[in-house]
Write a protein that binds this ligand. Sequence first.
Ligand SMILES: [Zn+2]
Length: 496
Amino acid sequence: MKKRLKYIYEVQKNVSMLGGALALLDWDQKTYMPKMGDESRSEQIAYLSKEIHKMLVSEKFFREVNKLRKSRLKGKDRIVVDRLYRDMLISRKLPVDFVEDMSRTVSLAYNAWQEAKEKNNFNIFKPHLEKIVKLKIRECEYLGFKGHPYNGLLNYYEEGMTVEKLKPVFEKLKMDLVELLREIKKSNSYKEKYPFLKKEFDKEKEMKLDFDLKELMGIKKDFSRIDISAHPFTTTIGINDTRITYWFKNKDPMSSFFAVAHEGGHALYELGMPEKYAFTVVHDSPSMGMHESQSRFWENMICGGKYFWQYFYPRFKREFKHLKNVSLNRWYNGVNEIKPGAIRVESDEISYCLHVILRFEIELGLITGKIKVKDLPKIWNQKMMEYLGVVVKKDSEGVLQDMHWSSGDFGYFPTYAIGTIYAAQLYDKMIKSNPKFINDIRRGKFENILNWLRKNVHRHGREMSADNIIKRACGSGLDPDAYIDYLRKKYLEIYK
Ligand SMILES: [Zn+2]
């Protein structure tokens, strides 16, 4: 048994080391690599990915894990072996030729999607998406989950979550959000303009503030880097080396600051993974939703909050002369402006989950056959009107805006909303457990808050499901009420 254990830990360590090398190649490609290196870099990445995949699906590895599973194991070994076994069972459900067919299909579909978006022509993407949907329906059959066929897809990203649990949560959330949006639109403040947030800020000064925020959150220089890329992301290269990237968007001077808050939340989570599970599959988050809860927690609840700006706004004011006559209150209202639009990644805190729910409903319809691909643009635009009151002017800003479906990522979107709900539950619980946290935020002290997250979320790694972590920390699993309460309290004060 000792030999077997040694072997499976060794394989995991090798996978994790190759994974780190892969992450570094990818990070470099998205930050500093000269453009002409693109082709050979893609080959290097594809090769390493294949090698990692081979190690994970090898018959010998599965055999050894399976034998260990039946032996008497304790503590860490038991948790790691069970975890590996469950992961492998799922990946082994898909026949090899199916996986190959899928990967060929999505690589063609991705190019078609890019062209369709560029030319604003859904028909270019349509046949590809039809094929993907067909394959996804087959994939659900192979996975063979209980209940709704979509459960197997959801499980990839949010283990244990089901349509049966999620649908009523989203139903309620949708109703409450649509109602709240209606109330906000009636308020006089809804017409308020914030020109001081449409002006370009001096980039160097802004970068200094972005960097200050990163340090303030506790992402120390010796453990991280911060660089610029086309889209913000977080990646871990190895133990104690987690990197974030951010961006500067035209006409949205706060985009870089909030990108740092968001990616910083992901980075703190990565850096807080339990050491004892280093180089194993448990040294990871249990779900995408859980990961997203950490970024949303910092981006929305902390850095979008009044207490935070009481501390941080004076710094902005000192750096940027055009803010001289802008009061703290006006600034706070400005950075939290509600303005429903067509694009998900640019949406405000209230519209955001409605964008997600719309996609979830469409995915369910496609998988059950109730929605046909050819009708997507029409259905999309109807729902946008119904939920957000937004007229979609062209498909490139509607049904074609996200890349997820072209990559076959069905079941991914819901995790954005799940994470946002978890974030609100965690914040609510933390403040109720000790109101001194509010004073900490007001003074720009985040150590206690980070420790609270470490203790309640980070240290578990992938030992249990996201929903169980939330149950232990907050007393109940996924529950939209804390989120709705948080939104109503915050936004009905801004939009009186
Ligand atoms: Zn994120």
